[in-house]
Design a protein around this ligand. Structure first.
Ligand SMILES: [Zn+2]
Length: 224
């Protein structure tokens, strides 16, 4: 549907107009600036069925009462549609690289899968990136791509300097993403590290140690 059409449908539910901005920003799925009466929606909502539009309208009306049901509708829609807008290249499992120079991801993953996930996960694994960083860009140690069911681990971790418990921690973190979906918070932001996620993350045996190691050693990755 077109933007104008979505706007019309929203008006039908709201009985008033709202300024509509369509975005392509993954971190703002929907956000409302109340003062300006402006709603920003990810373009995936252009294809939203009526009950999802009704949930958006409910969200705009912003009744103070927590509306779990509407939130679930929105969250479900976002979750189902995210992959359509992920422009990352599809990888064949055959092209994935699990064996690094120091760490082999597969046995680490298998052990974590058995220990923390009852062996229920079926994810692809690969190293990505160069082993050296030459800029002070933000480091992303790991990534999880839900549409590919793929965990990507940055090659800077494939280094004897990095202890195994830290590699396992990053891997574990990405695996938790596979079972704890993101959600839309009260402000309309799509959050991936919510309370449930963090609780799960803390179950990692060497959680404290890993967090401390990261704090202490972050700068190491930026050297030469
Ligand atoms: Zn994460």
């Amino acid at each position: 549907m077109t933007e104008a059409c979505l706007k019309l449908k929203l008006r039908k539910h709201l009985k008033r107009d709202v300024e509509l901005v369509i975005n392509e920003n993954r971190s703002t799925m929907l956000s409302l600036q109340k003062k300006r009466n402006r709603l920003s929606l990810h373009k995936m909502f252009l294809d939203a069925p009526d009950h999802v539009i009704a949930a958006i309208a409910h969200y705009i009306r912003g009744s103070r009462r927590k509306s779990t049901e509407q939130n679930l509708v929105l969250r479900g829609y976002i979750q189902e549609n995210l992959s359509r807008f992920d422009c990352s290249h599809r990888l064949k499992r055959a092209n994935l690289v699990q064996k690094g120079e120091i760490y082999d991801l597969q046995p680490l993953y298998d052990e974590l899968n058995t220990r923390y996930f009852e062996g229920a996960l079926d994810l692809g694994l690969t190293w990505f990136g160069a082993r050296r960083l030459n800029s002070r860009s933000r480091i992303t140690f790991g990534l999880y791509q839900d549409n590919l069911r793929l965990v990507k681990m940055h090659r800077i971790l494939d280094d004897p300097f990095v202890p195994e418990f830290f590699v396992r921690f990053i891997l574990y973190h990405e695996m938790v993403h596979a079972i704890v979906p993101g959600y839309v918070d009260e402000r309309g932001h799509f959050r991936i590290h919510g309370r449930e996620f963090k609780e799960r993350e803390r179950q990692f045996e060497h959680y404290r140690q890993a967090v401390e190691w990261e704090k202490k050693n972050k700068m190491h990755f930026f050297r030469g």
